[in-house]
Design a protein around this ligand. Structure first.
Ligand code: F6R
Length: 241
């Protein structure tokens, strides 16, 4: 795991976009793993700019998102499908995008199908991740064991509270999600995790220095051969040297 610390969030986003750009320039038909949430928004803005400036071409790029809320149709204001269209997909010429469906009639089958689609596309070249304050990646919450494949997951209380800001009331925050599993994420050839702000400082410290444990799912990333972590100073403030 390589950790880089930048002065601020803007610089983190620029560095993240540069790594994505390098990936796409090296392999124009890259398969990207993408994330939602606050963390990647500025990176997506940088990528949109690179596209508008004619530097990046997404016409052969395929993407797979980490997760979706169970019960929300793609058209729902807070669905991750809608988020991705608004924040990235509708602004670039990406060839093909995939998110797991939160409303498939058979969700267990949807998990299998999603996993299979990723394999059929050749696997993920570069996976973008944020991190929850409890150490979740995707919606793989702290648990007794790592969930291997794409799975249906109960959101932790802290995740429901963190996501409350996007909904009118806590009641409306979905309690269940469909998420790539830890195994799905670990199969990506390279992983890029971003974290910004004081609220992530403690979990980053634990991810880097603590034990590898399913109680802090992101800690497993230390056993992946190619993980880059980009932090702003606030998120790195508990790391020490
Ligand atoms: C989003 C996702 C989550 C978020 C995490 C951090 O697709 O899978 O793991 O990356 O909850 O969220 P933010 O970026 O809002 O702090």
């Amino acid at each position: 795991m390589i950790v880089h610390v930048f002065e601020n969030a803007k610089q983190v986003a620029r560095a993240a976009a540069a790594l994505f750009a390098a990936q796409i320039l090296k392999k124009p038909d890259s398969v990207l793993g993408l994330a939602t949430g606050s963390t990647p928004i500025e990176t997506y803005q940088e990528l949109i700019q690179l596209y508008k400036d004619g530097i990046l071409d997404f016409s052969k790029v395929v993407s797979f998102n980490l997760d979706e809320y169970v019960g929300l149709p793609a058209t729902h204001e807070q669905s991750y499908d809608r988020f991705m269209k608004e924040q990235l997909f509708s602004h670039i010429n990406i060839k093909e995008t995939h998110l797991p469906s939160g409303i498939a009639p058979d969700m267990a089958q949807e998990c299998l199908d999603y996993e299979q689609k990723i394999h059929q596309a050749g696997g993920i070249d570069l996976q973008l991740l944020g991190i929850g304050t409890n150490g979740h990646i995707g919606f793989n919450e702290p648990a007794e064991a790592f969930a291997y494949n794409t799975n249906i997951t109960q959101l932790a209380e802290s995740t429901i509270k963190a996501n409350r800001r996007f909904f009118l009331s806590e009641d409306q925050v979905p309690k269940t999600a469909i998420s790539m599993g830890i195994g799905t994420i670990m199969e990506a050839r390279s992983i890029l995790l971003l974290a910004m702000g004081d609220s992530k400082a403690e979990v980053i410290q634990q991810m880097v220095n603590g034990p590898i444990t399913p109680q802090l799912p992101a800690s497993i990333l230390r056993s992946h051969q190619s993980v880059t972590v980009l932090l702003d100073q606030a998120a790195a403030s508990k790391l020490g040297r």
